[in-house]
Design a protein around this ligand. Structure first.
Ligand code: SF4
Ligand code: FES
Length: 248
């Protein structure tokens, strides 16, 4: 395949960026989207040019590092798929593709397509530790948990912290991410002792980091590669309201 790319190039956070056109030929439909960028970078390096910086790690859809806005959609056109799991068979010869970084005030660009997502780490830190003893796995039936709670907690825990929800939200809100993190612990007995302090701390850090509020647009859930549902935002809001009333 021959493709026309337009890629956001920005040397650093303090320099204005711009879309730069590139032509690439011989792209295999079996290649992943990131492998296509690898090939582009090999050409750029061979020509003595600066390769395009982009984030990636596992390339298996589990780490949350990959983070490209492809033709205006975080993680690209395929539903429930991370950027690294998108393949070039989705495209056809002669296609034009725009590639940009996550766009959100709380995720400043570091270089090209790489953004600083440490605000998510700060939210997790602000939630604090759980006091339940960890260590070797306990006997499966020693802590009874209703199956529906176990399933809901497991689904919430599938969040990989990629930030696509923030990039998709017109408010740049991190509520879907935070809702997933709050829910997966608040549904479990082990998460109860610090339930109130955790939600208060996380919401305070979310707001201090410059994320916007939720106005029920639903774009976050539509962009989420792990299909985290909007119900976690409802759980987050309920937990926050209860904790705030008790703290008042
Ligand atoms: S909720 Fe979904 S989109 Fe948001 S950080 Fe988690 S996995 Fe990524
Ligand atoms: S590189 Fe790990 S999820 Fe995409």
């Amino acid at each position: 395949m021959k493709l026309s790319l337009r890629i956001w190039r920005q040397p650093d956070a303090d320099t204005k960026g711009q879309m730069v056109p590139y032509e690439i030929e011989g792209v295999s439909e079996d290649a992943s989207f990131l492998e296509m960028l690898d090939v582009l970078n090999e050409h750029l390096i061979a020509e003595g040019k600066d390769p395009v910086a982009f984030d990636h790690d596992c390339r298996e859809g589990i780490c949350g590092a990959c983070s490209l806005v492809i033709d205006g959609q975080p993680h690209g056109p395929q539903a429930a798929t991370t950027t690294c799991q998108l393949h070039m068979r989705r495209y056809k010869d002669g296609d034009s593709i725009d590639i940009e970084p996550w766009r959100a005030g709380a995720f400043p660009v570091i270089k090209d397509l790489v953004v600083d997502r440490s605000a998510f780490d700060r939210i997790i830190q602000a939630g604090g530790y759980i006091s339940a003893p960890t260590g070797t796995a306990p006997e499966a039936h020693s802590v009874p948990i209703p199956k529906q709670d176990a399933d809901a907690a497991f689904n919430a825990a599938a969040c990989i912290g990629c930030g696509a929800c923030v990039a998709a939200c017109p408010n740049g809100s991190g509520m879907l991410f935070m809702g997933a993190k709050v829910s997966h612990l608040s549904l479990m007995p082990q998460g109860q002792p610090e339930r109130r302090t955790r939600v208060l701390g996380m919401v305070a850090e979310h707001d201090a980091s410059g994320f916007g509020g939720c106005t029920n647009q639903g774009e976050c859930a539509a962009a989420c590669p792990k299909e985290i549902g909007l119900d976690v935002i409802g759980k987050l809001n309920r937990d926050f309201r209860k904790a705030a009333v008790r703290a008042a």
